[in-house]
Write a protein that binds this ligand. Structure first.
Ligand SMILES: Nc1nc2c(c(=O)[nH]1)N[C@H]1C(S)=C(S)[C@@H](COP(=O)(O)O)O[C@H]1N2
Ligand SMILES: [Mo]
Length: 537
């Protein structure tokens, strides 16, 4: 391709003129990218569940990042890591686009290949999200059209820079900031402004389109059935201890910890969403959310914990989950005797896998409700799995789109190649919630209280040790079930001075949690939660 793409600059002088200054090229590249992103996003917004190209690329960055880098990012930025990653993708894109814009002044053909390649990357990133099919490549491909067009138009406009005012010294006035009576320059800037305005308008249109589907409205419109009478696990009246500051037996939804890899909480329309049961089954199933809501659903209190929960940490919560026992779906589908793994796959490609046996030997559920409400969007609306006794990363896939029956020797779920265990039973653990560590107390009767859990095995005993004294059995609240945590309390006679308080739990099989400290990777932390307090005289 010729560098001179402008139809009116035919004089040999201009054709051989030096390329326009770099800032013009860079600006053209950045505007081409902005137009491409805006069109990509507006295309993605046509289908509520499609992630935009920028988020799709960022998703792939998260998946491809080495585990150590991900861990560092989470430690350093906490929950701000996701917006920062999206910003990072945009910065890299802007830099690449600026470079392509500069290149386009002399090698437009090569620069256009670069633009197409960036669009192809976005299209491939979209394709890697399962659940949307090949159509998910469309936003990335659509982005190529304005990217190419804007770069061509603005590069052509640069060829007319300084044409009218041609003469010595014109070159010095070529920068976008330099003032001159150069009509070519004015024309370029008008075009650039028009492109910027068009990109902004398209971006706004994308936002308006996205607002058209409102997950909160869809949640509000969904009516949960009453839980079946065939299961009856009401919390006994004395299952909750009345200690000021103690952790409540049930964690309110808005206080429930949230852990996932999703950059953008998936926006799933329950009217069109389908749950597929696939893989090693005799009869693959495809169910609507409504089909599930019409079934005889059970409500089970289950304590869910994250494998990344440190000793004493708060990545754990207890909720009443309303759902269909997974075993009923598996029986309908007819699981092959050769299958040994159930994989839950989310709309955004996350996978958690656990033994088929865990669908039968406990109340593993396909969940629609949490503490009496439809699942909150960030906790998996409209469908998720919850598996008692297995860490969330293996057994509790959110935004559930597919349940695949497979084998452990054929498929590694999401966190396995990232250094976590294939199978991950929740370890027996206990936590001191009052008094808080390093608190200052007054002498006298003081409750020491907290929670202890060993889901599926149950908690048999909790013991507390103050300094080097004897281990004293704590009072346990009544068990709601073996799958939930139990609150405990020890009424302590606090004496002046500095004290170390430790706790340890024994599960329903008689096993006491080990003292030895181990970190969360690969299969959950061990050790006794310990706090130190100061008691004033
Ligand atoms: N789709 C999807 N499901 C997921 C995850 C995820 O990243 N994506 N994270 C898992 C992990 S690590 C945990 S601990 C639980 C947390 O569930 P919550 O956010 O509802 O507490 O969800 C699990 N399900
Ligand atoms: Mo987790």
């Amino acid at each position: 391709m010729d560098t001179d793409t402008s139809p009116t600059t035919s004089s040999p002088d201009t054709a051989l003129a030096p390329a326009a200054p770099r800032p013009y090229g860079a600006l053209s590249g950045v505007l081409a990218a902005a137009s491409a992103v805006a069109v990509g996003e507006v295309t993605a917004a046509l289908v509520p569940a499609w992630p935009g190209p920028v988020v799709a690329i960022a998703d792939r960055v998260i998946e491809g990042a080495p585990a150590a880098l991900t861990a560092w990012a989470i430690d350093t930025f906490g929950t701000a890591d996701k917006p920062l990653l999206v910003a990072g993708v945009l910065v890299v894109l802007a830099l690449a686009a600026a470079a392509l814009g500069v290149l386009a002044r002399r090698r437009p053909g090569l620069a256009l290949v670069g633009v197409v390649a960036l669009g192809a990357v976005a299209a491939l990133a979209g394709l890697a999200d399962p659940g949307f099919g090949p159509a998910a490549a469309v936003p990335g491909l659509a982005a190529i059209v304005p990217g190419v067009a804007v770069l061509l138009v603005l590069t052509a406009a640069q060829a007319r820079l300084g044409v009218a005012g041609a003469g010595p010294g014109v070159g010095r006035e070529h920068g976008p900031a330099g003032g001159s009576a150069d009509p070519g320059r004015r024309r370029f800037l008008v075009l650039a402004a028009a492109v910027a305005a068009g990109a902004a308008a398209t971006g706004t249109a994308a936002r308006v389109l996205l607002a058209r589907f409102d997950v909160e409205a869809a949640r509000a419109a969904l009516t949960l059935p009453a839980p079946s009478a065939r299961r009856d696990l009401p919390a006994p009246p004395d299952a909750a201890l009345d200690v000021a500051g103690a952790t409540p037996l049930f964690t309110p939804n808005d206080a429930f910890y949230r852990i996932d890899t999703a950059l953008q909480v998936p926006r799933i329309d329950p009217a069109t969403h389908r749950l597929q049961v696939t893989g090693m089954v005799e009869r693959p199933l495809s169910l609507r959310v409504d089909d599930l809501l019409r079934r005889d659903l059970v409500e089970v209190p289950i304590t869910m914990a994250c494998v990344s929960n440190e000793v004493g940490g708060d990545l754990i919560g207890n909720a009443a989950w309303l759902g269909l026992p997974l075993r009923e779906l598996l029986d309908e589908a007819g699981v092959s005797p050769d299958a040994d793994q159930v994989v839950g796959r989310s709309t955004d490609g996350y996978t958690g896998g656990f033994p088929v046996a865990a669908a039968y030997d406990r109340d593993t559920l396909v969940v629609v409700g949490m503490n009496g409400e439809p699942l909150p969007a960030e906790h998996g609306f409209p469908l998720r799995l919850v598996t008692p006794g297995l860490y969330g990363y293996v057994g509790s896939t959110k935004w559930l789109a597919e349940i695949e029956l497979t084998r452990f020797d054929r498929f590694d779920h999401y966190w396995v190649p990232r250094g976590y265990a294939v199978e991950a039973p929740v370890r027996t653990q206990s936590r001191i919630d009052v008094p808080a560590g390093r608190s200052e107390l007054t002498a006298g009767r003081t409750p020491i209280a907290g929670v202890a859990w060993a889901p599926t095995r149950g908690i048999a005993q909790v013991e507390v040790q103050v300094d080097d004294g004897d281990w004293q059995p704590a009072e346990l609240a009544a068990a709601v079930g073996d799958d939930t945590w139990r609150q405990w309390v020890l009424r302590w006679d606090a004496t002046p001075g500095s004290h170390r308080i430790r706790v340890r739990a024994t599960d329903g099989r008689g096993e006491t949690q080990p003292e030895g400290r181990r970190g969360v990777r690969p299969d959950g932390a061990t050790g006794w939660h310990t706090v130190t307090v100061e008691v004033a005289a």
